[in-house]
Design a protein around this ligand. Structure first.
Ligand SMILES: [Zn+2]
Length: 137
């Protein structure tokens, strides 16, 4: 266990604070979860595309496409947040480099932009459709 911890720190390149470690772990868990969901959907594609002739199947399929793009979006946010923790820029807006409102960071651990940049980017907020496990506290 101690060795694993050491390796992780070497990969990251610097010592993370207790709080950073906690968030890092949450983001890693979230990343794994999203990747699993995406893999599941990919299987659905492979299976579903060949013979989707009835309306219900097609409807279900297009619903899955929408879900996949949301999952992909969520995954890229989480990946970026993980990168930022490693770089020590977590909690700083990726666009304007200002500090993101801590309340926003608590509500959404993978927030990479401040509210105004996020609105400017017109990126859909992930938490609307995806309940993060730590929000249930
Ligand atoms: Zn910003």
């Amino acid at each position: 266990m101690a060795i694993r911890k050491k390796i992780k720190e070497i990969i990251i390149g610097r010592e993370l604070s207790v709080e950073e470690k906690k968030i890092f772990k949450m983001l890693e868990d979230e990343k794994n979860k999203l990747e699993k969901e995406i893999t599941k959907l990919k299987k659905f594609y492979d299976y579903g595309t060949a013979d989707s002739e009835n309306a219900q199947e097609i409807e279900e399929f297009s619903g899955q496409i929408g879900l996949k793009s949301k999952l992909d979006e969520g995954l890229s946010e989480v990946k970026l947040a993980i990168k930022k923790i490693k770089k020590g820029t977590y909690g700083v807006c990726s666009k304007c480099n200002k500090k993101i409102d801590p309340k926003r960071m608590i509500a959404n651990k993978s927030a990479n932009y401040c509210v105004s940049c996020k609105n400017n980017l017109k990126v859909k907020i992930v938490k609307k459709w995806y309940k993060f496990p730590w929000m249930k506290r």
